[in-house]
Design a protein around this ligand. Structure first.
Ligand code: UDP
Length: 417
């Protein structure tokens, strides 16, 4: 048995080849992972741990070094053309690694550990941690095998193999729920002691209940409408089309409006959904709001009677938590982490299938009984308040300490100033 370290942790290198914490979530592939990286890095820095997040440069000519806050930086490393999709990045991982090595050597910085995010960073992180003689921890955020099992598109063998190597080589694998840890253990043959749970969180100051009438004035939603809200990337795996179909299944629903928030105007992300809505004759009751900054989301959550999360899998599900923190009940698919976030019958409803009729029924239960919905909303706020980002940072630090054993040789890492 190794004893956890009693030495302070001074400096952490976060490797996130794809997924810059400064990207706007809800557009293209940016989402929960970007939010998580930004929040965890800022809060670690507040606790005296310097953080550098190394990510691929996604802006032509953009600056290389950016501040996330005091003692937390983002380092943009060039690796392929900025506009490449994540699938096209693989051939440039060697460039990313070279630039990372050069940047760190020029600064003369040493790190206590390497924490890699998403499969694209797994091999790079394992190699760099070995070179530096420090522990390597990984967070998958999403796992191809899980996505495939949930009915997602077939994933490339390159990714599937990289995800298996990632588990085998890491000193610790972070999962976002106990259930996900068990799943990762079973998928990759890892014993429980190599796994560690770090939950996602919600900023309960930003995401808090507010006056519905005022929120509706801000979002331009009419007072008489009954509103179902979807927040997130508008991709089929998130299931927004299930909600469009559910709208068409509802009885007496002429005053029910589906508001979709996410995707980009530039990519016309909602085009496919608008086609489905038009075919089903519900086009006039579907409103699309292209992605907005997180600071503007609480008005949307607070405007809604119910927030729906019909995903085929969620390794966490920040949008569900944010809605609940705003006092809005959630109707979610009973998959992945969602049953650990939504308490069925208490803070919302869990739907056992992706059948639009089943979603319509669960949504109608809340839309048709505002008092019931409002009781659930109050319970949702109370429940979500337990998911603080501070708790996530405590769990992150526990995970870091667990791999830095007392008495083992460690590089001399300069403290944060
Ligand atoms: N989000 C946002 N603006 C938008 C849509 C989404 O800031 O227009 C954020 C949202 O607040 C949430 C994240 O994107 O924190 C999505 O995370 P979630 O875990 O729900 O889904 P993921 O993207 O990880 O699949």
């Amino acid at each position: 048995m190794t004893l956890p370290t009693d030495q302070p942790i001074h400096r952490v290198a976060m490797l996130s080849v794809h997924g810059c914490p400064l990207m706007m979530p809800g557009v293209r592939s940016a989402g929960g992972m970007n939010v998580y990286l930004r929040k965890i890095s800022q809060l670690l820095a507040e606790r005296g741990v310097c953080v550098d997040v190394f990510t691929r440069n996604h802006h032509a000519g953009g600056p290389e070094l950016l501040e996330l806050g005091p003692n937390a930086r983002v380092v943009h490393l060039s690796a392929g053309e900025p506009e490449l999709s994540k699938e096209e990045v693989v051939p440039y991982l060697a460039d990313y690694t070279d630039h990372l090595r050069r940047f760190v050597a020029e600064e003369g910085t040493a790190y206590d550990l390497v924490h890699s995010h998403y499969w694209l960073s797994g091999d790079v992180g394992a190699g760099i941690a070995k070179e530096w003689g420090v522990p390597h921890l990984v967070s998958y955020h999403t796992i191809a095998a899980q996505k495939q099992r949930a009915g997602g598109e077939p994933e490339s063998p390159v990714r599937l193999e990289a995800e298996a190597r990632m588990a085998a080589a890491a000193d610790r694998v972070f999962a976002s729920t106990v259930g996900e840890a068990e799943d990762i253990g079973a998928l990759f043959g890892l014993p429980p002691e190599r796994l560690h749970v770090v939950h996602g969180g919600v900023d309960t100051e930003l995401f808090r209940p507010r006056d519905r009438a005022e929120a509706r004035r801000a979002t331009g939603i009419a007072e008489h409408e009954r509103v179902v809200l979807f927040v997130g990337r508008l991709e089929p795996f998130k299931g927004p089309d299930i909600l469009v179909r559910a709208l068409a299944e509802m009885r007496d629903a002429s005053d029910v409006r589906l508001v979709l928030v996410g995707g980009s105007e530039e990519e016309r992300s909602a085009g496919w959904l608008e086609d489905i809505a038009a075919d089903l004759g519900v086009g006039s009751r579907v409103r699309w709001q292209p992605a907005i900054p997180q600071a503007d989301l609480p008005d949307f959550y607070a405007s809604a009677d119910v927030c729906a999360v019909p995903s085929f899998h969620e390794s966490f599900g920040l949008a569900a938590l944010e809605a609940m923190a705003c006092g809005t009940p959630v109707v979610a698919a009973d998959v992945g982490a969602l049953p650990s976030l939504v308490r069925d019958g208490e803070t919302g409803r869990l739907v056992p299938s992706h059948d639009p009729r089943a979603f319509a029924a669960a949504l109608e239960e809340l839309l048709d009984d505002p008092e019931h919905a409002s009781r659930m909303g109050a319970a949702a706020r109370a429940w979500a308040s337990g998911f603080t980002w501070d708790r996530s940072v405590d769990e992150t630090l526990d995970g870091y300490r667990s791999v830095l054993s007392a008495g083992s040789e460690r590089p001399l890492v300069a403290p944060c100033v």
